[in-house]
Design a protein around this ligand. Sequence first.
Ligand code: SF4
Length: 71
Amino acid sequence: MPKYRIKVDKETCIGCGTCAALCPDYWEIGDDGKAQLKGGVTELVVEELGCNEEAKDSCPVNAITIEEVTE
Ligand code: SF4
């Protein structure tokens, strides 16, 4: 069963809020005004992508990346 590593690059993020609006179960804007995954982390491994793919595709600066974890 593949898993996916979701990451946000806070240096690149402009804090537009699109990811949090489209995928609020996973994304929020942190105290620094930048996107983070729920729990305040910048990286998360999940089995189901759900709305994260839409969040990634909608980010205007491509700050979100998703890669398959093969191990
Ligand atoms: S959509 Fe992209 S730029 Fe906008 S808050 Fe989310 S990660 Fe940051």
